[in-house]
Write a protein that binds this ligand. Sequence first.
Ligand code: PGA
Length: 247
Amino acid sequence: MTVAKYVIGNWKMNGDYALVMQMIAALRSMGPLDNVTTVICPPFTLLHSFAELLGMGHIHLGAQDCGTEISGARTGDISAAMLIEQNCRYAIVGHSERRRYQMESNEVVAAKAANAQAAGLMPVICVGENLAEREEEQAEIIVEEQVTAVLKKLKNAAVIFAYEPVWAIGTGQVASHSDIAGMHDVIRARAAKHDFKDVAVLYGGSVKPENAGGILALGGVDGVLLGGASIDPDAFIAIAKTAHHLP
Ligand code: PGA
C-alpha cells in the first residue's frame, strides 16, 4: 500500500506577492497529485493573497509560527484563531531558527503547539540537534526532550513532527539516510510511549530535487519540510512529483 507523503514548504522571511503569483501558476499546472499532501507556509503577510488566489483543494496553507496565547496583549504575535481565519490548516512550531533567534524554549514551543491544536490547526513540530550536540553524542537525548515537552501538553490526536538537524538546515549538508531513519525511530518510539498513535514524522534540512527521492523512500519518513527549495517553484513541484511517483 502506498502511504501519502507530506511536502511542506516553509518560505521563512522570503517571498512577495510576485512569488505567490508564480507559485500559484506553477501549482495550477501541476494539478492534484495522489498520495501527496502539499502545504505552503508563506510569511503571515502573504497568507491572505495566497488563500484568495489559491482556491484549490489540493494545496493547503500553513503558518510558520503561532502565538503562545489565545488573544490579548501580545504585540506582534498571531493567534491560532487568526490563522484559522486566514485558511491555515497547519502551523509550524519550534523551528530551530525561532528556538535560536527568539530563544524559544521547549515550554514555549509546547504552548504554541497546544494552542494550534486546540484551535484546530495541525501542529508541525520541529525538533533537531545542533552540531555540538551531535558531536557530543547528545542528539537523541536532545530530540527526545524536545518531543516529550510537546507531547505532555498536547491532547492525544494526530500530530506531525519534523526532524530537522540544525546543522543540515540551509547548509547543503543533508543528514545520512541512516541518521534520518534512526532519529525518526527515536521520535516514533517516544510518541508511542506517550500513547500517540497518529504521528507523522518528516525530515527537513537541505532537501533538494536531487536528494528528495532517496529520503522520501525511507520507510519511516512521512514527508519532507523544505526551506530553500520551497521558494523555487520548479524545485518545489519537482519534489512534490517525486513524492507522487514513489513506488
Ligand atoms: P532548508 O531549510 O531546506 O533550506 O535546509 C529547511 C527548514 O528550515 O525547514
